[in-house]
Design a protein. Structure first.
Length: 219
């Protein structure tokens, strides 16, 4: 399976002072070619143009390198989601829809980063900085869910964390199956964005959050 995509880069060589960046770029290239589990630490060093021992100056092992790649991916995702949410302007529902589209766009455009974030199997207990980066990205969706839940009367509000997890699961499933920028993605009779928009609309209306039913009133 190929994981190439618009976010992938060409082969990079090491230049003095940027070994860490060169190794991360090399890892992204290799993920694009072979998948998140398809190469060794030594291969990453070779792709960066350095000796097999050189990566140990910045990374303990392959997992540590992949954690660095994934952390940067989550930071990019956080920035993309934050920009899409735009503090809920001009309307929280419209902004919520943009967040979902931004998630799909990230999966499509940053395919290698996406694979590192969700398929590398890096143990989070050993890499708290990666866990924290993922939590910050998820916090954008959690905040958006807080805002939408606040539109409902207090007695009818679902836990916003549950809502955020449900919508994240839906977005991630559609992104993984239908929106990724690789030849293995499945075909749809509609766009992945349309599928996600319809699914989220049905979900929100089931909670009582509608576009035109007057439910957007806090009680």
């Amino acid at each position: 399976m190929s994981w190439t995509g618009p976010g992938d880069r060409g082969r990079r060589g090491y230049h003095h002072g940027n070994l860490r960046e060169a190794l991360i770029a090399a890892a992204l290239d290799l993920i694009g070619q072979k998948g998140a589990a398809g190469f060794t630490f030594a291969e990453a060093a070779r792709a960066a143009g350095v000796s097999a021992a050189a990566p140990y100056r910045h990374f303990r092992d392959r997992d540590d390198l992949m954690a660095g790649v994934a952390r940067l991916g989550f930071e990019k995702l956080e920035a993309a989601l934050t920009h899409a949410w735009d503090e809920g302007r001009p309307d929280a529902l419209a902004a919520f829809e943009r967040v979902g589209k931004a998630y799909l766009a990230f999966a499509r455009e940053e395919t290698a980063s996406y694979a590192a974030m969700f398929e590398a199997g890096v143990p989070l207990d050993s890499h708290p900085e990666l866990l924290q980066a993922g939590e910050r990205a998820f916090a954008v969706l959690r905040h958006a869910s807080d805002v939408l839940c606040a539109r409902l009367p207090k007695a009818n509000r679902p836990p916003s964390l549950m809502m955020a997890l449900h919508v994240w699961s839906m977005s991630h499933g559609i992104a993984s199956l239908f929106a990724r920028g690789d030849p293995a993605r499945r075909k749809l009779p509609m766009t992945a964005e349309d599928l996600l928009e319809a699914g989220v609309l049905v979900y929100l209306r089931g909670l009582g959050i509608g576009l035109d039913d007057g439910a957007g009133r806090a009680g």
